[in-house]
Design a binder for this molecule. Structure first.
Ligand code: SF4
Ligand code: MG
Length: 265
């Protein structure tokens, strides 16, 4: 029969074991309640736990914006850098210490506007880092302006008559730049994010995770939870993720299929 002291010691040990590799920091996220970024955080945390990577071997690098705040909420090494420069800084970190598992984290405004010129080069160099692109098609932290992935007609305070520009498709861009691992995912599916991240982190080379998310504070019409839940669906059965042409065709034809679209064999 266990003594009360032994029962308590066992309980403490089991709590510690369940928290091992949990990268959520004690700083609670300052994102708006209901923001899709919580689902991404959950997926990334689940990935680190599943892989059992110690906190001191994980480096998170962010740029600016709501997604840029991610390193504050992650109990790992973190760099909150400057607008659009996540990929070059993450490349430098990986070069300096290849033993680190490196995540570049940023939003659509950060990574597809001023930072857009870095994606082709990190892809063609096949740097072994993981780029988690939080795409809610809006600039959230600066109070809701259209971003490079906003659809035509997006009305905001900065575009009261609706935008006229065509949106960038980060999945298609990554495929045409010959990124060696491309997944498109949904913030409302943390398990799916975890699964793809685990596969992508194990992949030797550049991995991009294009995650559709919501900004429920500033986008009431496009990437809302209700719309995304209706639109997203799994990649069709029979899709061969090692076939780049097939992957590009799929990305051209279907904006809302989710999963690992391409993985160089
Ligand atoms: Fe999320 Fe939008 Fe709030 Fe930023 S402003 S935390 S993107 S809901
Ligand atoms: Mg955004």
């Amino acid at each position: 029969m266990k003594t009360a002291g032994r029962v308590l010691a066992d309980k403490v040990r089991s709590i510690k074991e369940s928290q091992a590799f949990d990268i959520r920091s004690s700083a609670l996220p300052t994102w708006c309640p209901g923001c899709g970024y919580f689902g991404i955080h959950q997926g990334l945390n689940g990935c680190i736990k599943e892989l059992g990577v110690p906190h001191h071997e994980v480096q998170v690098v962010s740029g600016i914006g709501c997604a840029g705040r991610y390193p504050f909420f992650s109990h790992t090494y973190g760099l909150h850098t400057v607008h659009g420069r996540t990929l070059p800084v993450a490349t430098g970190v990986k070069l300096a210490n290849p033993a680190l598992t490196v995540f570049a984290v940023g939003g659509d405004g950060d990574g597809l506007a001023i930072g857009g010129g870095h994606l082709p080069h990190v892809a063609r160099r096949n740097v072994n880092i993981n780029y988690v692109l939080f795409d809610n098609s809006i600039y959230g932290l600066t109070k809701g302006q259209p971003s490079p992935s906003s659809p035509p007609g997006t009305k905001t305070k900065a575009s009261p008559f609706g935008t006229t520009d065509r949106p960038l498709n980060a999945t298609l861009l990554a495929l045409t730049y010959d990124a060696s691992f491309v997944a498109r995912l949904f913030a409302g599916d943390p398990e799916g994010i975890q699964k793809a991240l685990v596969e992508g982190v194990k992949h030797e080379g550049f991995s991009i995770f294009h995650i559709y998310s919501t900004c429920l504070t500033f986008d009431k019409t496009f990437k809302t939870w209700d719309n995304l839940k209706k639109w997203v669906h799994p990649i069709p059965e029979g899709h061969d993720p090692t076939d780049r042409k097939q992957a590009i065709n799929l990305a051209l034809e279907d904006d809302f299929c989710m999963g690992v679209i391409y993985k160089r064999a």
